[in-house]
Write a protein that binds this ligand. Structure first.
Ligand SMILES: [Zn+2]
Length: 151
């Protein structure tokens, strides 16, 4: 994402137009901070505010959020390594399940994040792909719910 944090904050202040309240005060606090540590938090916060103002969070919003947080790093890493990290994360989900770990939720979130990063690197709009494949029901039998034999 181009520009300094300050310029990004200034640009954003014109577009998110928060009302006075706790969120506004928090945003003002973030605005006074300039350390690198706050960058990711700021991106997540603004995205959450935008999602709240725009209605329900959609899968495409999640993909855009990953692009904002990791887009440059994902592009530098490339498709092959990003795909391998995604598969590695799937292994961590399996590991958490086998160990009956409470981390399975966060691990699934990480897997989704890596999948969305992979989509960003490959230029795939996953919400569009998902709806095109599943919105009419099971791709095999065409039914909702699916009537195929259980695998
Ligand atoms: Zn089916």
């Amino acid at each position: 994402m181009p520009g300094t944090l300050t310029s990004r904050l200034s640009a954003t202040s014109e577009t998110i137009s928060l009302q006075p309240g706790p969120a506004y005060e928090l945003w003002q606090l973030i605005r006074t901070l300039s350390s690198q540590v706050w960058k990711d938090f700021y991106v997540v916060f603004v995205s959450a505010v935008e999602a709240a103002e725009g209605g329900a969070l959609e899968l495409s919003d999640c993909q855009k959020l990953m692009a904002r947080i990791y887009g440059e790093r994902d592009a530098a890493r490339g498709a092959e390594k990003t795909l391998l990290w995604m598969l590695s994360e799937a292994g961590e989900v399996a590991d958490a399940y086998v160990k009956n770990s409470k981390n399975i939720g966060p691990e699934l979130a990480d897997l989704l994040a890596w999948m969305l990063s992979t989509c960003n690197v490959l230029g795939i709009d996953i919400q569009k792909e998902f709806l095109s494949r599943y919105s009419a029901g099971c791709p095999r039998c065409g039914q909702i719910p699916c009537i195929c034999p259980v695998l």
